[in-house]
Write a protein of this length. Structure first.
Length: 288
């Protein structure tokens, strides 16, 4: 692995390494929405396109256009000797794809999987013995480089491989590491599926505004801007969500009246706990 990282490679303020210093080869298997977002992030952070090989049988026009930057698109797999293999395919295709990827894996390779529900044990059974594997769960805000990814390594991942994987994953947002893979089902329920809950909040807020008498278009505009703006404030502010909520809430005011409903014993906390529990159970079922 030492040939991949020049001496002095460090993490920058966003948590990603200086990818311009990477001199090995990354093979991206699958360039759909998430894989494509990662690819764009790598190139944006200075990873030399000549270091990238993309395997995608049906590349979107944006991927084909990016290929003009110099990365290899659908090269002969036998010509590849990747230091990092990123699996960004649908989990339903995993058995077939992973068996093919096994032939690309070298003793020094690290495999980074972002396939939902596919466990380290599944990957270890399909890949060569002693393969270094990282399971990661990103989320869809990666498309605008504001995602968050949680990753867990198997016992064979070296510190250098973990550092490199962190740099690649951080190209689309924040990265957190865990040691207990059992937490990945709850991670999937909270951050992996979480953007859908926020979008539902915007839909629900718009419907409630319309029910209160607002024109549908105005209700939708107000709900969309409010959710987006509040999310950006939460992102930028050093204050916690609880303090930000309290800052908006005057005693006896309109916000307090609404929060009395939302924070009732059978309100949003109980509903969200049930929703996360349901998503966690389903994640475990899909993982088998």
């Amino acid at each position: 692995m030492t040939r991949m990282l020049k001496s002095g490679m460090t993490a920058n303020a966003s948590g990603s390494g200086h990818l311009s210093e990477f001199t090995g080869q990354v093979a991206l298997i699958g360039a759909g929405k998430m894989g494509g977002a990662m690819l764009g992030g790598w190139i944006g952070l200075g990873l030399d396109p000549a270091c990238i090989a993309v395997i995608e049988p049906q590349p979107a026009p944006v991927i084909a256009a990016l290929a003009a930057r110099g990365f290899k698109l659908n090269p002969d797999p036998l010509s590849l000797r990747p230091d990092v293999i990123v699996l960004a395919v649908k989990p339903q295709t995993a058995p077939e794809i992973v068996s093919q990827v096994a032939g690309l894996t070298a003793p020094t390779s690290v495999v980074v999987s972002i396939m939902a529900g596919r466990t380290l044990a599944f990957l270890e059974r399909a890949l060569p013995p002693d393969a270094a594997i990282i399971r990661a769960m990103p989320n869809t805000p990666a498309a605008i480089f504001r995602g968050i990814t949680v990753a867990v390594p198997n016992a064979r991942v070296t510190p250098a491989q973990r550092q490199l994987a962190h740099s690649l994953l951080a190209a689309t947002g924040a990265v957190e590491w865990i040691a207990d893979e059992g937490l990945m089902d709850a991670v999937t329920a909270v951050s992996g599926s979480g953007p859908a809950y926020v979008f539902l909040l915007a839909e629900s807020l718009a419907r409630a505004g319309e029910a209160a008498g607002l024109p549908a278009d105005l209700a939708t505009q107000l709900a969309r801007a409010t959710v987006a703006g509040a999310g950006e404030l939460l992102h930028r502010s050093p204050l916690g969500a609880s303090q930000l909520r309290q800052n908006v809430t005057s005693p006896g005011g309109t916000t307090a009246a609404a929060l009395d409903v939302l924070m009732a014993a059978d309100g949003i906390d109980q509903l969200m706990e049930r929703a996360i529990a349901a998503a966690t159970r389903r994640s475990r079922e899909l993982a088998g």
